[in-house]
Design a protein around this ligand. Structure first.
Ligand code: ADP
Ligand code: MG
Length: 349
């Protein structure tokens, strides 16, 4: 690669795209965001903004012309769109990964095949399939594709909860409900040469299936600390991953570690790395995909991060903050119920 910094294309212009663009700026890398949301907040943070559907070939071609490398902030971009872009410019992480993680069944099969334990689960296409897997109840029925922040999930305590008019027009998996002791996530960045940097486990607290709070250190046994990092390295290697990714884990009351899901991108639970580490998950991602130097991670402080959801943002906008408090307003145009509007990171003394 020449010494001239590359121009980075980012697909998706939400808060993750915004924070990636900010991290790139710090490294003197120009960014162009492409989003199908005309009011995407990312446009305030990048150098150029393209408003386009993910299927508009003409617009996407002019985006491709202007960038050297393409990455993305969320995994549900159509696979064919990423494959088309890849004909002209490198896409990192590679689109094949999305094919696996866009689909909960493929994701679980992949994890189990490489020896990573998950919740017990079954593929479901009809009420009868649920009957055949009654041992998984109480369970959670999840659509195989397009779910996030608890969307597309249904708790099933008994067969009575399966309504007669459910038509199972899409594919589902049924997961046994885990009696959770804790949830943690591991964020890792893997470089092109296969070397990795990995953050300490982050403890996550959800409310109504949406992440509410993340903190470091996670209050877990050192055995789980090590195993979660080891499993995450194994997952990243087997995906041939380049960039930053996250694995969410459940810990049950017997201290069994179960991989829940893979996010092939920077992750909400890693926002605290902006203030609590020498290098954030966003900067690590840019360094890895642009083939820049890998820097050893150092935790500067313990920290807690609070997601600000829906109308809660109004209070936060009017507050004043202490030196150890960092408020991020995602500058979203509309306040919506259950929508992530900002976050606050508090560094501990
Ligand atoms: P999403 O894609 O919406 O993040 P997840 O599968 O991560 O979907 O589910 C969101 C949250 O719901 C989890 O972080 C966890 O708190 C809860 N949850 C999901 N599946 C289970 C399960 N099998 N047992 C217990 N809790 C679960
Ligand atoms: Mg999740």
């Amino acid at each position: 690669m020449s010494n001239k910094p590359p121009v980075l294309g980012i697909i998706g212009g939400g808060q993750l795209g915004s924070m990636l663009a900010n991290a790139a700026k710090k490294l003197n890398i120009k960014t162009i965001i492409l989003s199908d949301d005309q009011s995407a907040p990312g446009q305030k943070f990048c150098d150029k903004f393209f408003y386009s559907s993910y299927k508009d070939e003409k617009k996407i071609n002019s985006f491709i012309d202007l960038v050297d490398i393409v990455t993305f902030e969320f995994e549900n971009i159509p696979y064919d769109t990423l494959k088309n872009i890849e004909k002209f410019k490198p896409v990192l992480p590679i689109p094949e990964i999305n094919k696996v993680v866009q689909n909960r069944k493929k994701e679980k099969l992949f994890l189990n095949e490489i020896g990573i334990r998950t919740t017990e689960w079954a593929f479901i296409n009809s009420k009868n399939d649920i009957k055949k897997n009654i041992s998984l109840l109480p369970g959670i029925l999840k659509t195989c594709t397009s779910g996030y922040d608890g969307k597309g999930q249904f708790v099933i305590n008994s067969l009575n909860d399966v309504k007669e008019d459910w038509c199972f027009s899409t594919d589902y998996i049924l997961e046994k409900k885990v009696n959770l002791k804790k949830e943690i996530s591991i964020i890792i960045t893997r470089f092109k040469n296969g070397k990795t940097v990995i953050y300490d486990p982050i403890e996550n607290i959800h409310q109504n299936q949406i992440l509410k709070k993340s903190k470091i250190p996670a209050d877990i046994e050192s055995k789980l600390f090590q195993q979660s990092q080891k499993d995450t390295k194994n997952i990243a290697k087997n995906l041939n991953f380049v960039g930053t990714m996250c694995v969410e884990y459940f810990i049950d009351h017997q201290d069994v570690l179960l991989a829940n899901e893979i996010a092939p991108r920077v992750h909400n639970s890693g926002h605290l790395t902006i203030n609590a580490y020498n290098i954030s998950q966003f900067e690590c991602h840019i360094r890895a995909i642009c083939n820049l130097e890998m820097i050893t991670l150092k935790k500067i402080k313990n920290a807690e991060m609070f997601n600000i959801i829906g109308s809660e943002i109004e209070d936060y906008r009017n507050k004043s903050y202490k030196k150890n408090e960092f408020f991020f307003d995602y500058l979203k145009k509309e306040i919506k119920d259950k929508r992530k509007m900002g976050h606050l990171t508090v560094l501990m003394k």
